[in-house]
Write a protein that binds this ligand. Structure first.
Ligand SMILES: Nc1ncnc2c1ncn2[C@@H]1O[C@H](COP(=O)(O)OP(=O)(O)OP(=O)(O)O)[C@@H](O)[C@H]1O
Length: 380
């Protein structure tokens, strides 16, 4: 298995930059998801890794060795990169048994019968299909077929496995089962895996780290919980997890990476990104004493910057003593609890989990116990 490195990689179709100056490092054995809306460049990035597309600029390396570097006229062919690739369509031969499908790449490479049989047995065991070796693929479910496709790429002992929306054709229930199958596969093989999806729940459930893509750029690459709790910008905050972003006019630092922001008539305590706090401190700042005697800094926005407060449903509570009030816009039963959408100021809605159903139009009090303040300015 191998680490994967991309340095300033660009791919243009006509005058459209489908992949725009992307740099990222994927560690040996890491499971990384490429996540983003349709057309953001995920598949193009995967195809560049696989060698099906040639970059216009930048360098792609596998295990420290350049496999694509136009400036140095290096372009290693897909079959020489030794990568396993799994697509949405399983591409199994219907007239061959499961075992023969899995072992076919080894036949092509003229491995001995004994060698082939052992590798096929091991690969089928890893995807829990040992008992299905003699079946035809037509006698398998969609999830089982996808596992055969995984086993087939595993017999080649690839340096990494690239997966392009492999669950897109499966129903919701099977997708969940298969997520677990992919996780088991990853744990058992220690394979480096790059997984393309536009489904954030799928990416969050499986990946060690997620690269969020938008219009050819990587907006943020981080562990799922970091993306969720500390999105770097508006696009990531909106795309990953349910939540709301409220505009913030200014903040008061509290000295422990937290700040107070004014929402309506209430002060809300929130965590703040270093970028947002330093950017605003560049503006003439004022040291003022806080109630407990610690020094605090008043931050105000520069004109060209805007700050956002990202709130997740678990940050907000229905609270009779809460100092915010709003009107219930929506109430959805999730099983065990309700998710409300509450409009705070006639303009901005926040998500809230509640134990009880609320009436649409009802006025309720809320308290906010956490949030994340970030700079809403996005890279071009
Ligand atoms: N061979 C091509 N020729 C011209 N344009 C292309 C080609 N391949 C991709 N594109 C364009 O590049 C952009 C990125 O496409 P890509 O398939 O990488 O997106 P994606 O994020 O995988 O989307 P989806 O989730 O819908 O598959 C799109 O605007 C697409 O139309």
């Amino acid at each position: 298995m191998a680490d994967i490195n991309l340095h300033n990689v660009t791919k243009t179709f006509g005058d459209y930059r489908a992949v725009n100056d992307v740099s990222l490092n994927i560690a040996d054995g890491e499971f990384v998801a490429l996540l983003g809306p349709s057309g953001c460049g995920k598949t193009t990035l995967l195809r560049l890794l696989a060698g099906f597309e040639e970059p216009d600029g930048g360098v792609i390396s596998l295990a420290g060795q350049a496999v694509a570097d136009p400036a140095a006229k290096i372009m290693v062919a897909p079959e020489d990169r030794n990568l396993g690739i799994v697509f949405q369509s399983y591409a199994l031969w219907p007239h061959m048994s499961v075992a023969r499908n899995v072992g076919y790449p080894l036949e092509v490479r003229k491995l001995s019968r004994a060698d082939r049989d052992k590798r096929i047995r091991d690969a089928l065991a890893i995807v829990s299909l040992g008992d299905y070796a003699d079946r035809s693929p037509t006698e398998l479910s969609g999830g089982q077929r996808q596992r055969v496709a995984l086993a087939r790429c595993l017999v080649m002992e690839p340096r990494a496995v690239l997966l392009d929306e492999p669950l897109a054709n499966l129903d919701v229930h099977l997708r969940e089962t298969m997520q677990q199958a992919f996780l088991d596969f990853h744990r058992r093989t220690g394979a480096t895996m790059v997984y393309v999806t536009h489904d954030q729940a799928e990416a969050m459930a499986m990946a060690d780290r997620i690269a969020v893509m938008d219009r050819g750029h990587i907006r943020q690459m981080a562990a799922p919980e970091t993306l969720y709790r500390e999105p770097s910008d508006n696009m990531v905050a909106g795309f990953v997890g349910a939540g709301a972003v409220l505009p913030v006019g200014g903040f008061t630092m509290q000295g422990d990476g937290r700040c107070a922001v004014r929402i309506g008539n209430a002060d809300v305590m929130a965590r703040i990104s270093i970028e947002a706090s330093t950017h605003c401190r560049a503006y003439p700042a004022r040291m003022v004493p806080s109630n407990d005697g610690a020094a605090v800094v008043d931050g105000q926005m520069q004109h060209q910057t805007s700050l956002g407060l990202c709130l997740r449903p678990e940050d907000v509570r229905v609270d009779m003593q809460g100092n915010l009030t709003g009107m219930v816009d929506d109430c959805v039963y999730l099983g065990g609890r309700f998710r409300l959408s509450v409009r705070l100021d006639g303009q901005h809605s926040v998500p809230v989990y509640a134990d009880q159903r609320a009436r649409i139009g009802e006025q309720i009090s809320l308290s906010i116990r956490d949030g994340w303040v970030f700079s809403r300015q996005e890279a071009a």
